[in-house]
Design a protein around this ligand. Sequence first.
Ligand code: TYM
Length: 337
Amino acid sequence: MESQQTQEKKIIFSGIQPSGHLTLGNYIGALKNWLKLQYEYRCCFAVVDLHSLTVRQDPKELRRRCMEFLVQYLACGIDPKENLIFFQSHVHTHTELAWILNCYTYMGELGRMTQFKDKSAKHADNINAGLFDYPVLMAADILLYQTDLVPVGGDQKQHLELTRDIAIRFNNLYGETFKVPEPYIPEVGARIMSLQEPTKKMSKSDENPNAYIALLDSPDVIMKKIKRAVTDSDNEIKYAEGKDGINNLLSIYSSLTGEKISDVEAKFAGKGYGQFKTEVAEVVIESLKPIQERYKDLMNNQDYVKEVYTTSAEKALSISSKTLRKVYKKVGFVPKA
Ligand code: TYM
């Protein structure tokens, strides 16, 4: 039986696609805020495996990665006693609501999504309908739980706006059905950049592993990647236009230590890039160390992990079915006997 307090908590939904490696960008942009908000809100955190099929995946590899992602959510400190942690494909209401919402979303809206444009340029040989329709499944993920808040990085803002538009459109047609969710985007670290091309965002599926820090990278690898990070020739540690590489390292440092960017600038005033990079790497290594230790333990405790995602999916199905039933009724389907 849920306590009165749990029932009154507002709802969060967020998810990460199990493609490539979970990165420092995902951690700073999303996971860190999940951790911050997890006791204040009732949270649903999914490994959005259905979304990852929009790009070709090797089945064996995908299964392994899905599990690793879920275990990393736990290793980062998401508490399964208070929150639901599950695989999107285990809760069939997501695809069912996505179908309905498809009928209330316009081709023009989907064609304007920058992520669709970027991904179709990157995967020109596989511009499938799923890639185009991707934001509608994301809207279904969110709207099914009557979500209040969606903690994400800056790149998901446009998808969130579309989700809100779809919810408002449906509510206007059929009366109050969906809660209209708000995005929650960090002030610093909403867009962690590639270490190799700091004008592009850090991406977990970058072909060049030196472009990202994976949460499971060893201390040596982290040190090497940060030391190799592309910067500039000014030798001034200052957040300024055109200094994308340094701005990125300052954001990483500030976000992980909680120190303001101006304080970090002051701390490193007059120091060289070499020393700055070493200290950024040390902060990253220290932040990831406890996560990596817990990850190892959890990977050896598969029964516990299975229990978490199975019970969470059952609860998620029960919560989301309420919304789906409401939607089916509103659009005019005959109720099941
Ligand atoms: P995905 O898997 O690309 O990224 C997961 C989360 O990490 C954030 N993020 C970043 N933040 C800062 N800097 C970066 N370089 C960076 N790269 C990624 C993303 O903003 C995101 O919060 N469509 C979503 C997954 C999704 C979802 C949802 C999210 C599906 N359904 C419902 C929220 C709610 C995506 O592809 O994220």
